[in-house]
Design a binder for this molecule. Structure first.
Ligand SMILES: [Zn+2]
Ligand SMILES: [Zn+2]
Length: 212
């Protein structure tokens, strides 16, 4: 079984997810830690639980989801895995930070590997399937565990809302179609973990989300 530990990090109250199983192998999704205390909180959890990080995964490359990538690279030697369209079409993290009025320098870490969609990410005895959900950003993806009944969706979808589409390469029509096609088609009881705010379920968004 996969255990999900979430952290709320940085100026944007972004959800960072650390997933691990009985083997103690782990993956980190959307590492948003940016202050020293946040980095320490994350690395203390990893060492206290004797976890070995196998992948640094990105649902998309907006800066609130990538603040911590250089810390992870320096500390654990892992480079981010993200979709090519975000790597190619989004401004560097540092430039994004400036546009959001953040003065802190954000170091860009080159991508280890491009995510393409439908492939399987493995760690320990567990696996996650990559689902493409473009529209909030051109290369947004979600990470789905059928066995454990959850999906991590980044900023594509929130409880009762959907991601903004006014940033680089955003498109609301494409986003709504992708959510319907890739997320709402999952089993009703699937738990959805968004990039901000509380978790929800497929069945709740199917019936209660005014955008869908
Ligand atoms: Zn975003
Ligand atoms: Zn975000």
């Amino acid at each position: 079984m996969i255990t999900i530990q979430s952290f709320e990090f940085n100026y944007f109250q972004e959800n960072t997810f650390l997933l691990y199983d009985d083997t103690r192998e782990a993956v980190l999704i959307d590492c948003g830690c940016c202050r020293k205390e946040e980095e320490q909180k994350l690395s203390a959890f990893i060492s206290d639980n004797q976890l070995t990080l196998k992948h640094l995964l990105c649902t998309h490359l907006h800066v609130d989801h990538t603040f911590g990538n250089s810390f992870i690279y320096k500390t654990y030697g892992l480079r981010p895995e993200a979709h090519k369209l975000d790597v190619e079409q989004l401004p560097p993290a540092d430039e994004q930070a400036r546009l959001f009025g953040i003065r802190q320098h954000v170091e860009q870490v080159p991508t280890e590997k491009f995510l393409v969609g439908n492939e399987i990410i493995r760690f320990g005895n567990s696996e996650l399937q990559v689902l493409t959900v473009p529209g909030h950003s051109p290369g947004s993806v979600a990470f789905y565990s059928q066995k454990n009944g959850f999906v991590i969706v980044g900023d594509a979808l929130f409880a009762g809302s959907i991601g903004r589409t006014d940033l680089w390469g955003g498109n609301q029509e494409i986003l709504v179609a992708a959510i319907r096609d890739k997320i709402l088609s999952l089993p009703d009881e699937t738990v959805i973990y968004p990039g901000h705010g509380p978790e929800t379920r497929v069945i709740d968004e199917k019936f209660d989300n005014p955008y869908l």
